[in-house]
Design a protein around this ligand. Structure first.
Ligand code: BG6
Length: 487
């Protein structure tokens, strides 16, 4: 077969992605308020009842907030990027990054979430950070809400369960647009919007144990609906402030395969794929609830309060592009449904795939399948804003980190992206998660490392914090310098 010679377009945005709560630290500096990420305590793996630490009970939250909980909170410390960003961004520049994704901690700007006057110290920090990204030759890509809802809103009205949160978010978003959109073109409304259904506290600051069990699903979908309305109004405001700026949605995108060719399995995989992943993009792109979701809601007796005005706003303000994280695929069977590790993914083992140190299936082909599916379904530009391998790295006797496993993972995934481009997919860029080691979202471990840059710090924040270039640093630098021609 003839090989087609299409590759990464000129101007393709190579780079890396981060989130404020996982790297900034400085949670008690500059008037910052408490966010959902700040109150998740570290639980050593051997003491965990689940493979993640993303939810918290009302009781634990009350104890944490009142200071009666003695624990370690890694996301309050991050890797101290708040103070080291100039040095860290110089390393990104050394790799040749064209783009760098950050998020704005809502509680640096509005410490309780519902103030009217923004906190100038917080705004000034992001001025400096964004300027520094640009000075180093990178486009900032900015997420508004990346798993750090103000605890003030959780305490007042259980956050996104209540409509009043829409107005607070829109005010936060609009404040950011007015301040930064002269310098920021690419915006993302909510990181992995899917999460609010699977982990309502991490996804949206919602304490689900405050809701009677029978009404919990209803409450999650109501909260999700509020985020859709908030996103629509925010997109409208962004375009009013700067018509050239772009608003993207962000999906935790996990293609779901049937375990066998049994039509029952195929049907189940299709349904799971829609409910877990595509429903969000369907709504953000087309501005309306798809028929299969109306049926799902009816059959699960979920009645969302959605006004005509809500629906009109959603219809009038679709997103400009679709951003996504990709780590793994999932597999389901109509006869079995065993929970397997993964942030969101449950299903059965796919016998064709190997797994990461944290049990996440490794599937580069899944990325090509996914990109093709999303492009054909929506015909909107796609942007990979997360992809990477969480692994246990060791510093060798020579003082270096020989992370060949990470290079192999990334090489295979970028090769899959290349094939998708040849398939005709329109892609803005590829941002690896995360270019520098930071605190894991799902387990709050430092030892789950993704970076091209090693940070000498352990799960209890002990270490020199020295940054060391891993082997993958030099590899990615070469990939970017030849625009993905040689992987
Ligand atoms: C995505 C999140 O789900 O996956 C990131 O947007 C997260 O915040 C990343 O860090 C990897 O997950 P984890 O749990 O390994 O940090």
């Amino acid at each position: 077969m003839k090989q087609t010679k299409i590759s990464f377009p000129q101007g393709f945005l190579w780079g890396g992605a981060t989130a404020a709560n996982q790297l900034e630290g400085a949670s008690d500096i500059g008037g910052k308020g408490l966010s959902s990420a700040d109150v998740i305590p570290f639980v050593p793996p051997e003491k965990r009842v689940q493979d993640h630490t993303m939810e918290i009970s009302s009781d634990t939250l009350a104890r944490v907030v009142s200071g009666n909980f003695k624990g370690h909170f890694p996301k309050r410390h991050g890797i101290d990027f708040y103070h080291t960003y100039e040095h860290d961004l110089a390393l990104m520049k050394e790799m040749g990054f064209k783009a760098f994704r950050i998020s704005i901690a809502w509680t640096r700007i509005f410490p309780q979430g519902d103030e009217r006057q923004p906190n100038e110290a917080g705004l000034a920090f992001y001025d400096r950070l964004i300027d520094c990204i640009i000075k180093n030759g990178m486009q900032p890509v900015v997420t508004l809400s990346h798993y750090e809802t103000p605890i003030g809103l959780t305490q007042k009205w259980n956050s996104w369960i209540d409509r009043r949160t829409i107005d607070c978010f829109v005010h936060f978003a609009d404040t950011c647009f007015k301040r930064y959109t002269d310098r920021v073109k690419y915006w993302i409304n909510f990181n992995e919007i899917n999460m609010i259904l699977h982990s309502p506290f991490t996804g949206g600051g919602v304490l689900i144990d405050r809701i009677p069990e029978k009404q919990q699903q209803q409450a999650k979908y109501q909260a999700l609906h509020h985020t859709y309305v908030a996103s629509a109004i925010a997109a409208q405001k962004l375009h009013e402030t700067n018509p050239n700026a772009l608003m993207g949605c962000m999906l935790a995108a996990t293609p779901t395969y049937p375990l066998t060719s049994d039509p029952q399995d195929v049907w189940k995989a299709q349904q799971v794929n829609k409910v877990r992943c595509l429903q969000f993009a369907d709504i953000f792109v087309r501005g309306e609830y798809p028929g299969y979701m109306e049926r799902f809601l009816r059959e699960h007796n979920i009645k969302i309060h959605r006004s005509q005005e809500d629906l009109a706003l959603m219809k009038a303000n679709p997103v400009d592009y679709i951003s996504l994280s990709y780590y793994m695929s999932a597999c389901v069977s109509s006869s079995e449904d065993t929970a397997k590790p993964g942030n969101l993914v449950q299903g059965v083992d796919n016998p064709y795939l190997t797994k990461s140190d944290w049990g996440w299936p490794i599937d580069p082909m899944g990325l090509r399948i996914l990109l093709n599916e999303l492009w054909e379904r929506y015909q909107k530009p796609l942007f990979i804003v997360e992809n990477g391998l969480g692994a246990q790295d060791e510093v060798s006797a020579d003082g270096k980190i020989h992370d060949i496993y990470r290079i192999n993972y990334l090489r295979q995934h970028i090769q899959a992206v290349k094939e998708a481009l040849k398939d005709g997919v329109c892609l803005i860029g590829y941002l690896s998660w995360a270019p520098i080691d930071l605190i894991s979202m799902s387990t709050a471990q430092m030892s789950k490392r993704y970076g091209f840059i090693y940070v000498d710090q352990d799960d209890y924040m002990q270490g020199s914090k020295k940054r060391i270039r891993k082997d993958s640093f030099y590899w990615y630098q070469k990939v970017i310098s030849n625009n993905g021609e040689i992987l």
